[in-house]
Design a protein around this ligand. Structure first.
Ligand code: RI2
Length: 317
């Protein structure tokens, strides 16, 4: 791709890849916002030139992180509109104006979806519930905050979520809003599960068979919940459905830098040690009770029907 200096697309790419912007929903909106800025700020002589740059920018943004399908789904939402418009639009200005509207539509509907999930999910919380969560998910936070606003009294246990400690973000956000929250090491999940009524986590991708791809450690928490018969809920917007899995594609699991686990100097002194740092794992549908989406609350077995309804083309790439 041609170098665009510190343009909005390069800068969004860097922020997403380095996880300065993180969370499946946030990276989707950040990518679409970058396409919006591209459409607003870049100057093009022809519509053809505008579309060529937009497709190039979209492909670059999709490659920033490999697992969260919200990213390609969001970018493809914009690129699909561009493909539909391409043959009908002749001026660069009109082409850009149409894409600006599509980007705004996506961001608004994404924020609305999170809010709706909050309202639906909050109804599942009863006074006195103890809820365990893993990592940091804005869909999960929306549910907890909505329940708190309804006046429900409950307790949250947040795992710290090594190696990047997103659980601290969750704990801090909930405490700030006056929600009763404790932070525990990931390895203490089994100790605390005895008192947990249900687990609530977000998702980076949901496959056709209802499996949930989420932050590494999620499937261990699900296994422990299964053992103690605590329910396991997932909160996720429908742009986290990976329609490519209907045609056999596998979800690529991101492996991140070893230096997220150990300092560089430690590794220099221990050259014989191999470091593995997968960022996500897969929780099978057997361990999931319900998936809370903005279109309703479904068992994992319902995901394939939702995918068929929402995605006319099976491919998200
Ligand atoms: P929301 C995050 O990934 C976590 O796995 C989290 O559960 C998921 O995205 C969904 O987040 P990362 O970016 O969209 O921390 O619900 O690797 O915020």
């Amino acid at each position: 791709m041609r170098s665009m200096g510190s343009n909005p697309v390069d800068s969004a790419y860097d922020q997403i890849a380095s996880m300065r912007v993180r969370g499946a929903g946030r990276i989707a909106r950040a990518a679409v916002s970058a396409l919006r800025s591209y459409s607003e700020k870049e100057r093009f002589k022809t519509a053809k030139e505008f579309y060529a740059g937009l497709f190039e920018a979209g492909e670059k943004l999709k490659s920033a992180r490999p697992t969260a399908v919200s990213l390609p789904n969001a970018v493809n939402y914009v690129l699909a509109a561009a493909r539909r418009n391409e043959s009908k639009v002749s001026s660069a200005r009109e082409a850009a104006r149409q894409i600006l509207t599509v980007c705004d539509e996506f961001v608004a509907s994404s924020l609305k979806a999170v809010e709706t999930i909050g309202d639906y999910g909050a109804k599942r919380i009863r006074n006195g519930d103890v809820i365990m969560t893993h990592c940091n998910s804005e869909a999960v936070t929306a549910v907890l905050v909505a329940a708190h606003r309804m006046g429900k009294e409950f307790e949250v246990i947040s795992t710290e979520t090594r190696p990047r400690f997103q659980g601290r973000i969750t704990a801090s956000a909930l405490a700030r809003r006056g929600i009763d929250v404790s932070l525990i090491p990931d390895s203490a999940a089994r100790v605390y599960m005895r008192k947990v009524d249900f687990v609530l986590v977000g998702a980076d991708a949901i496959t056709a068979n209802g499996a949930v791809v989420n932050k590494i450690g999620t499937s261990q928490v699900a296994l422990v919940a299964h053992e103690t018969r605590a329910r396991f809920y997932v909160a996720a917007e429908t742009y986290k459905l990976d329609a490519t899995t209907m045609t056999g594609e596998l979800v690529e699991i991101e492996h991140r830098s070893p230096y997220e686990l150990v300092p560089r100097t430690w590794l220099d002194h221990n050259k014989g040690v191999k470091i593995e740092n997968p960022a996500f794992d897969i929780t099978p549908p057997e361990y999931i009770d319900l998936i809370i989406t903005e279109k309703g609350i479904f068992p994992p077995q319902g995901m394939v029907f939702l995918m068929k309804e929402l995605y006319d083309e099976p491919r998200a790439t």
